[in-house]
Design a protein around this ligand. Structure first.
Ligand SMILES: C[S@@+](CC[C@H](N)C(=O)[O-])C[C@H]1O[C@@H](n2cnc3c(N)ncnc32)[C@H](O)[C@@H]1O
Length: 466
């Protein structure tokens, strides 16, 4: 072969070498691609199985049950896919949705119990250790009786009388994830059980979490008015005594656990707020009474008919119907010198006003027949007895609370005006009717025995509420 032929041969060899290098690279790339696809498939299966198997176990607790596949739950967690595990179920004086208060502040004496389940902790009472120092707790729960899982971007809160607003601007139960949030009063903690009042959850509601209500963290009202001087005050007096409206809690138990905690609480709160204007008068006082705390809670929730600006609820004047406003209202409400939280105007001035509630003499007589839940005497065995409520007065207040907020759906309110309305409260079956601006209770009869444990007697109501 001549020089030209040699050169061609060399070039061909080079090309062949390059082709074989490229082949190898393609093979490597294929292998890498295959293994990436396999890994991705495994990852997807892992996510699916972790979502459908065990619940997420927090690692903070003393008795953390190891997850069967921690890497899988971690992947799910990072995507926000969490399998929930109820920590307990509410036993409540409201057996069905109908006429259950639309917010906890509507009906003070509504009572409930929550027992922490052993399925979460071997010793559930350990998980409640220290919670007795708090007067209120947040309860995160599932609207398990929504009836369907559907939801819409816009809803019609009953108090808006047919007008629509975005679901996330309301407290409607019908929402993606069907989670509810209630601020309840914690009456006492006994072993593994929480005794609650001011609730709006029906019997059997699955609870996912409870957390203490801490005004310093949870209320913009209090956060704004925190004063660094509070550091110097004895911390035991900052707790609210459930039993007394005025006396600060300063028993030996609170000293044992409270001081350290409250100090921590104050310092954190102050750090979070930073220096405050000296012109703003401190509103939070460590000896704040329960009434004031309740007022804070109502203000924070901004949702109760009894939370009228300037204490309008005190003079019992019915809220004048207003239809024009959907805008926010900051100027309406000032604490001290400035307004620092705003809410939609219709919450405080809804088109649907509150109602006057009356009892007929017959209903009063029937209600008085009921024995309180803690009645232990003998000789009254034929009388009906409440399971949760502590007195006739408490029951009357609960009925008034429920009815004054007008529990009817917009449809019933406007289309079925003169029809009787029934609901259950604790072990009582209540019959009433609605007239212009009032509700009248006609009968308060004991529930048939088999209905006491929560059977439904009711007509369904539209409960999309703010
Ligand atoms: C408007 S929601 C507000 C609940 C909570 N405070 C919140 O803001 O998320 C309250 C209403 O939900 C309904 N409800 C209570 N418990 C429920 C449950 N477990 N499942 C479905 N609906 C429930 C009752 O009709 C009650 O009047």
């Amino acid at each position: 072969m001549g020089p030209v032929g040699d050169c061609c041969r060399e070039n061909i060899d080079k090309v062949n070498q390059q082709v074989s290098v490229m082949r190898k690279e393609i093979k490597n790339l294929r292998q890498m691609l295959d293994s990436a696809i396999r890994a991705n498939r495994k990852h997807m299966m892992a996510i699916q199985s972790s979502v459908s198997t065990s619940g997420l176990r927090q690692s903070w607790g003393e008795q953390t049950t190891p997850s069967p596949a921690p890497d899988l739950s971690q992947a799910a967690l990072e995507r926000g896919n969490v399998q929930t595990v109820p920590i307990g179920y509410i036993s409540s004086c409201f057996s069905v949705k109908n006429a259950t208060p639309r917010q906890p502040t509507i009906c003070g004496p509504s009572r409930a119990e929550l027992r922490i389940q052993q399925s979460v902790f071997n010793n559930p009472e350990h998980s409640l250790f220290g919670l007795e120092h708090y007067s209120h707790i947040w309860i995160v729960f599932v609207f398990h009786k929504n009836g369907h899982l559907s939801y819409k971007a816009k809803v019609k809160p009953p108090r808006l009388d047919g007008k629509k607003v975005g679901v996330y601007s309301t407290r409607s139960p019908h929402r993606p994830n069907a989670l509810g949030l209630t601020l309840a009063k914690l009456d006492k903690v006994e072993g593994d059980t929480l005794y609650l009042s001011d609730i709006d959850m029906i019997d059997g509601t699955p609870v996912l979490d409870v957390k203490p209500y801490i005004p310093e963290y949870d209320s913009p009202h209090t956060r704004k008015d925190l004063d660094p001087q509070l550091h110097d005050l004895p911390s035991c007096s900052a707790s609210v005594d459930h039993k007394s409206d005025t006396e600060p809690l300063c028993d030996s138990k609170s000293k044992e656990f409270g001081d350290e905690h409250m100090e921590d609480l104050f310092s954190e709160g102050v750090r979070a707020v930073g220096p405050l204007s000296s012109q703003v008068a401190p509103r939070f006082s460590p000896s704040k009474s329960l009434t004031n705390v309740l007022e804070d809670v109502k203000i924070y929730l901004n949702q109760s008919d009894c939370c009228q600006v300037g204490h309008a609820s005190e003079d019992k004047a019915p809220v004048p119907p207003k239809t024009e406003r959907l805008e926010s209202t900051a100027g309406d409400l000032t604490f001290g010198e400035e307004a620092y939280s705003t809410i939609a105007g219709w919450i405080r001035a809804p088109p649907v006003g509150s109602l006057e509630v009356r009892f007929t003499p017959n209903a009063e007589r029937e209600l008085a027949e009921f024995l309180p839940s803690d009645f232990a005497g003998s000789g009254e065995t034929n009388k009906p007895k409440f399971k949760f409520l502590h007195s006739t007065e408490e029951a009357a207040a609960a009925i008034s609370g429920v009815l004054s907020a007008d529990p009817r759906s917009v449809y019933r309110r406007n289309r079925c005006r003169d029809r009787l309305f029934f609901f259950t409260l604790d072990t009582a079956h209540v019959t009433c009717w609605f007239g212009d601006g009032f509700a009248e209770v006609l009968q308060v009869r004991p529930l048939p025995q088999h209905d006491v444990s929560g059977a439904s007697l009711q007509m369904g109501l539209d409960l999309s509420e703010s």
